[in-house]
Design a protein around this ligand. Structure first.
Ligand code: SAH
Length: 400
């Protein structure tokens, strides 16, 4: 099976201008173009050897993208290794073993390959029962990995019906079935024994926010007897878990009406009482303003907005938006109620996020205690020195 594309020539040599050896040997997998002495022209995804800045000794093997600021991605820090299909299959097998350790038959949707976190740079593969979705993070990974070969390997190894390649959201490319038929219809799967459907083709990300799995479980464990407001609820992940956990009433708010329809279908798929779930297609900020005016409150409020800070430059604006949102969310949380807030922006680190929480609570003239601070789950592993990859924060608080 061809898993990586053949590079026509011998690997390109790239020399560092700075002493990044230690951080790379510790497992940081990225080198930017401005840390390289030369950036020769070559097809994106060409194999490359990274040489240190002092004596020009090889320190890592990986692939190169002359057209991206992210010029080199590390595949291995053992220069004696060969980047071939045997190597790639070993990495894939290791990724699969981790998921087999972490999940049982009660969870059939998971991230099988998390790029750099699995030593498979730029390659993402999410499995939803008998279907998988592959995404490649830019031209470097697209040139290096043989997407069709990876799809066959995944399909064969997990006995899947189809594997679909989805373009990244910011690109205008078309998706493509790499193995089996195009998954046109929603796919049904299990998460912690709970049933969900996701539309893989037109849903967000690869169809479902797999990264919130542990946080949804947390919400389920505290939902009993509570009235729940789930803001930015998408297809109802948190809502259904809250329902399963014994919430008396759940309201799911999102701008996207089709996602909300699926949220209610997901509610019904789990035989929850239809009348206990309400969907509201609205802007969350406006919904909160109106609820505040009407003095409405909930015993458990979940706020999981899209990334407000997609770039470093947008952090300041994002901090202001989170504060506005969380202040309004605290206001509609009952005394002794619970508030769960999330941020999926890697540019907002945990200390910053906690200070946003603190200021929002104070702005609303309330106090809070932290019950748990969570991150992304085990099927989203990240190299230890690579904090850029740890994007998800979820803080559950009791509001006094
Ligand atoms: N909590 C969800 C994932 C949320 S993703 C889960 O666990 O599955 C962010 C969601 O916010 C998207 O569904 C998007 O449609 C919605 N959204 C974006 N801006 C919004 C706004 N201003 N008001 C309400 N929803 C919004």
């Amino acid at each position: 099976m061809v898993l990586i594309n053949a590079t026509p020539k011998s690997p390109i040599q790239l020399r560092l201008t700075r002493d990044l050896v230690r951080v790379i040997k510790r497992g940081h997998p990225w080198v930017y173009a401005d840390a390289l002495r030369h950036t020769p022209l070559a097809p994106s995804g060409s194999q490359a050897i990274l040489l240190d800045n002092k004596k020009g000794r090889p320190i890592a093997l990986g692939f190169y993208d002359a057209h991206s600021p992210l010029a080199f991605r590390v595949c291995t820090t053992d220069p004696a290794e060969r980047l071939d299909d045997t190597w790639a299959e070993r990495q894939l097998t290791r990724a699969l073993e981790l998921r087999r350790t972490v999940f049982d038959a009660q969870t059939t949707a998971y991230r099988l390959i998390n790029g750099e976190g699995d030593g498979l740079p730029g390659l993402i593969c999410d499995v939803y029962a008998d279907t998988a979705v592959i995404q490649l993070d830019g031209d470097g990974p697209a040139g290096f990995w043989n997407a069709a070969g990876i799809a066959s390997w995944v399909a064969d190894t997990l006995s899947l019906k189809s594997v679909y390649r989805k373009p990244q959201s910011r690109r205008r490319e078309k998706g493509q079935a790499l193995f089996g038929p195009t998954p046109n219809r929603p796919v049904t799967f299990l998460e912690n024994g709970i049933r969900f459907q996701a539309s893989l083709l037109d849903g967000q990300k690869t169809g479902f926010f797999l990264d919130q799995r542990d946080n949804r479980r947390q919400i389920s464990s505290v939902a009993a007897g509570r009235r729940v407001l789930n803001l930015f609820g998408y297809t109802g992940g948190f809502s259904v878990y809250a329902g399963i956990g014994g919430a008396t009433q759940v309201t799911t708010v999102d701008l996207a009406a089709p996602a909300l329809d699926m949220a209610h279908q997901n509610w019904l798929l789990n035989a929850l009482p239809p009348d206990n779930h309400q969907i509201v297609a609205a802007d969350a900020f406006e919904y909160l303003a109106q609820a505040t005016r009407r003095k409405k409150q909930w015993d458990l409020v979940i706020v999981d907005p899209p990334s407000f800070a997609p770039t470093k430059e947008s952090v300041k604006k994002a901090v202001a938006a989170y504060k506005k949102l969380f202040t309004a969310a605290v206001t509609v949380t009952t005394s002794n109620g619970l508030l769960g807030v999330a941020s999926c922006s890697s540019h907002i680190d945990l200390p910053t996020f906690l200070s946003i929480c603190e200021e929002s609570i104070s702005q609303a003239r309330r106090q809070a205690t932290i019950l748990t601070i969570n991150h992304q789950p085990a099927d989203h592993p990240t190299p230890l020195p690579f904090s850029e990859f740890r994007y998800l924060k979820f803080v559950l608080m009791r509001v006094e």
